[in-house]
Every structure is written in C-alpha cells, then in structure tokens.
Ligand binder design. Structure first.
Ligand code: PMP
Length: 287
C-alpha cells in the first residue's frame, strides 16, 4: 500500500496528496509546521508540539481550523494507517489558497497536512564518534524581523546556513545571532559543557524553543547537573569541554569538532553520552 498522507481530514496516496499552487504556503512560505518523532507508536511530547504549533499559528494570525484534540487523534490515525511505529511525523498548516498578492485576508481554507514517514536517521557513526560542524556567515533571523520562535514554513534562513555547512563538508551548521552570539544550528539546538556545568543559549538569543532542548535541560537537572541558559560566544564553543546538539530528528548528538577545532579531547564526552542514554530511556527508543 502506498504511504497515506492526511490533508484536511482525508487520506491520500502519497502521489495524490496535492494542494493548490495558489496556496500561500507555497507562494510565500506563509504557514507553520512541526517535526515530531514517534517511539513505539507514541509521539514524543505530542501535546507540547501541538501547543508550539498553535503558538506559531497565533504569531502569524493563522487560525488552525480543527481542534488540538482532533489533530492529535488524526496524527495517531495517520501513524496507525501507515503502520509506522518508530518514525517521523510532519505537521503542516498552510495559509491556504489565495490571490497572487500577499494579503492573507484574501486566502481561504488553510490546509492541515500530516505526513507520517520512516525517518532517515543520522548514521550510528555520528552518535559513536561525534559530528563535525562549522559556524557560518549566515546570521540567524533577527527576532524583530522574523522571530525564530515561530516555526514557520519560511526556512530559507536555515537553508542558506545549511548550504554553507554542506559546502564545508558538514551536515549541520551553527548560526550566530545579529549580535554575534551563538544562536542555534539549522535544525538543532546547541549545548556546551564547561567544568561540569551545562550551557545553552537562552530563548532570547533568537532561537526556537526546542522540545528536545527542554527535555534535555530537565534530564540534566534531574541528574544533578547545573544548566545555565545564557549568552554564549564562538569563543565559549571553542573552549568547551563537550558540545552536543538536540532536536526531534537528531535526538542528542555529540559534536567533536567546530570549525575544524577539536572540542575537548575530540571525542564524545561522558556527560554527552550520559544524557544521550537518559534521553533514549525517556523516549523508550530501542537502538
Ligand atoms: N532549531 C531549529 C531551527 C529547528 O528547526 C529545530 C527542529 N524543529 C530545533 C531547533 C530543535 O527543536 P525540537 O527539539 O523541538 O525538534
């Protein structure tokens, strides 16, 4: 059976899952989304993802045409129909089809889309040996222009940074904010460890309030490790003892080199490994 994609309450074969070319989601990136993981058939922190989706929508004055409980039910139905137990779910809400002008008031019918698919995981090697990343020239969106807290369909800022990373041979790239402080990676939040304390940029650095970030902060504090959300510079990254990234897709992944400089002793550190284990325990991920 072909993969079934949900659009506005109906399921379509993947090849037939289509929306209008007049949809402002396509024309202008006018819409919001979420990326979530399911473990053993359950979406990790589904309610938190729904809350963030509703917040992103509110920030762009987009009314999601169904209730949170209905969407939660539909997410589970889409996973079940596709027999996906451990996988990835993409929720998309577009502004809907309109005129060729920008005016969102001239659109109708926001499209609610659920794609449940198998996830292309980072290779095991990244978890065992760590990732190499680079800092890039592309600045993270200024929060006063387009707040990175809004998980909008307008991801060009991240894509430009990703391209720079790829050109340097790295799958992930670290962006600074408009002040030159550490912000986040293209699809992941960043953490450092220095002298036993965990540091991560605060939300007001202009970053997405990552759901994995939040879970890892909780896990670290429960384990008795101090976590500080504060301004961090590129210097702090270079001199850190350990570094790791968090994201729904990546989970917790160690970083061993930044701009070709080894972090700590150039291997995944003990705290990173411990938090990776604790996070897997939390999600129930079998790996
Ligand atoms: N930052 C950005 C820019 C992202 O796209 C993501 C992935 N959604 C993250 C951070 C990590 O967030 P989460 O842990 O909620 O997946």
């Amino acid at each position: 059976m072909a993969l079934q994609v949900y659009i506005n309450g109906e399921l379509f074969d993947k090849a037939d899952a289509k929306i209008s070319v007049y949809d402002h989601g396509l024309l202008y990136g006018d819409g919001v989304f979420e990326g979530m993981r399911s473990y053993g058939g359950n979406v990790f922190r589904l309610q938190t993802h729904l809350d963030r989706l509703w917040e992103s929508a509110a920030a762009i004055c987009l009314t999601i045409p169904i209730s949170q409980s209905q969407l939660a039910e539909d997410v589970n139905r889409t996973l079940a129909v596709n027999e996906i137990v451990d996988g990835y779910v993409r929720l998309v809400v577009t502004r809907g089809a309109g005129t060729l002008g920008l005016d969102p008031n001239k659109t109708s019918d926001p499209q609610v889309i659920i794609i449940a698919d198998h996830i292309a995981l980072y290779p095991d090697e990244f978890y065992e040996n760590g990732l190499e990343i680079v800092t890039v020239a592309t600045t993270r969106n200024h929060p006063g222009a387009l707040n990175p807290r809004i998980k909008s369909l307008n991801y060009l800022n991240n894509i430009l940074a990703k391209l720079e990373g790829l050109q340097a041979g790295c799958v992930e790239a670290l962006m600074m904010n408009h002040k030159g402080d550490v912000a986040e990676c293209t699809g992941d939040n960043i953490f450092l460890l220095k002298q036993g304390v965990i540091f991560t940029p605060s939300i007001d650095a202009g970053i997405l309030s990552g759901i994995t970030r939040e879970a890892v902060i909780e896990l670290a504090r429960d384990a008795g490790i101090e976590v500080r959300e504060q301004t961090l510079s590129r210097h702090d990254v270079y001199v850190a003892d350990e570094c790791f990234l968090t994201g729904s897709a990546a989970e917790v992944v160690p970083v061993v080199k930044v701009d070709n400089r080894p972090i700590g002793d150039g291997a995944p550190g003990p705290v990173t490994k411990d938090l990776t284990r604790r996070f897997r325990e939390l999600t129930g991920a079998a790996r």
